[in-house]
Design a protein. Sequence first.
Length: 162
Amino acid sequence: MTVFLCSKCGTTITPELAELTAVPDVSGNEHDRDKDTRRAPSTVPRGHYVIDSEPWGPPYVVQDDQENPKPAHARGPLVSHEEGFVVSAGTRHTVLVHPDDAAHLQPLPDGENSQGCCGPTGGEGPNRACACGVRVATLAADCFGPYELHLDPVRTYAFTQR
Ligand SMILES: [Zn+2]
Ligand SMILES: [Zn+2]
């Protein structure tokens, strides 16, 4: 089992979690979303984590094939900027957890990096902070795209008990 902690202050961020070998294929289809929050089912079930090999968040780069664009993030929607469809060239190997397994992280003042429709898209950069102030994670919880929390692989660290 593995616990994740803040790299700066050492505060525990998650309870003991078991590693998944692959990112679950969770449907974000309209009829699978919560009727009140409009969120997709959480990508990762409670009590688990998985390392996401795909990039997440900014910066974004214009995709080569504008005729057949792919989503800007795995499990997310197509994103178009002025120059065309873009794809994330952000942080790889973030740690995906159920948002409720890190429930005491705080949003940033003035809703920074938390724009969205029904919740933050999570596409603007880290939007959840440790009590010490370090931005340790990015929450995605909007009515399109996935429902998941990405722990930053540098600002957090894993402690595994064997
Ligand atoms: Zn901290
Ligand atoms: Zn919405």
